[in-house]
Ligand binder design. Structure first.
Ligand SMILES: [Zn+2]
Length: 325
């Protein structure tokens, strides 16, 4: 009898406790979220304190005139309009941030934004995009089913000086929430004016051993599996060890749940990819090539990734068009 009485009391207590349990669970979730935000903010690069000491060696071989010559050589192409997003200035030198806009062959085609070298120590993306623009001028059928905006060198000061950050030591690719850097202001303005794009690709490099791509979409919706395929086909190494937070790159895809975008937003650490994803672009990716690999191989993978991802986007648009008809 005693046991049954205790059981009933326990059950009654449970019923009374339900609202309390709900409050506790919500409080725990809020606290966990706040903790993650705090840790993200704390572990991210400090602002304006990255300026190197006197022993830092810049890469003296980077000449901006090479970029200007490559862009001048594109003059007169029918699909292309060239413009300058704006000028960035540090320590008495200023550089333009170039925008190359290629029109699509027909109206209402998908629109693509390609960005390179937002980190100055990651040259392959910028090189790949300058080569791609040259290829599109020589062969107007290349990527003709999409409108393409290209910002080949998003961090010209860092590119010239072989330096990851801006001339103020700030990481542009953590600055898309705050927009304190001149570069992120220009790129956000571009995405607001001409976006949302159907595809955004931000071409980076890393010290990891293999090639990989960030994907904030479920596996069956994102284009990551195409990246795995193209790297395998090229005979290069896929990154499958790199951990970031709770997630690990697998077969060259670092897949992060979409909800994590809100943590990064709360921590004010948005990258260009994050910003695009939160502002209407479903397909936004950061592509990473291993900086210790041969430059030609890294450039080749970036170009291949752009070609394959654009094809997937145009296929998707064609299927959506068929379904609407
Ligand atoms: Zn980078």
């Amino acid at each position: 009898m005693k046991t049954r009485t205790q059981g009933r009391t326990g059950l009654g207590g449970f019923r009374l406790g339900m609202p309390l349990v709900a409050v506790f669970v919500i409080a725990a979730l809020v606290a966990a979220n706040a903790a993650v935000v705090a840790v993200v903010a704390a572990r991210s690069h400090p602002r304006a304190t990255n300026w190197p000491g006197p022993s830092f060696t810049f890469w003296p071989e980077r000449r901006w005139s090479e970029v200007e010559e490559a862009i001048d050589a594109l003059a007169g192409a029918k699909r292309l309009s060239r413009s300058v997003l704006g000028t960035v200035e540090y320590r008495g030198t200023s550089y333009p941030v170039h925008l190359l806009s290629f029109a699509a062959r027909g109206p209402d085609r998908p629109r693509v934004l390609l960005v390179g070298s937002i980190h100055g120590t990651e040259p392959a993306g910028g090189r790949a995009l300058l080569e791609l623009a040259d290829g599109m001028v020589r062969d107007p059928s290349l990527l003709a089913d999409v409108a393409v905006d290209i910002v080949p060198i998003a961090n010209p000061w860092g590119w010239v000086h072989g330096y990851r950050y801006t001339g103020n030591g700030e990481d542009i690719n953590r600055d898309f929430a705050s927009a304190r850097t001149q570069e992120s202001v220009l790129l956000r303005g571009l995405m607001r004016e001409r976006g949302p794009y159907d595809l955004v690709m931000d071409l980076h490099e890393s010290k990891k051993a293999g090639y990989f791509v960030y994907e904030y979409l479920p596996p069956d919706e994102g284009l990551g599996s195409s990246f795995t395929g193209l790297v395998e086909a090229a005979g290069e190494r896929l990154e499958d060890r790199y951990h970031e937070w709770f997630w690990r790159a697998e077969d060259g895809v670092l897949r992060v749940p979409t909800v994590a975008l809100w943590w990064v937003a709360l921590a004010r650490q948005l990258s260009l990819e994050h910003y695009a994803r939160l502002h209407g672009t479903r397909h936004a990716y950061t592509v990473e090539t291993p900086v210790d690999d041969e430059l030609a191989d890294r450039v080749r993978i970036h170009r291949r990734a752009v070609a394959v991802f654009v094809r997937r986007i145009t296929d998707e648009a064609a299927r959506a068009g068929d379904a609407a008809r």
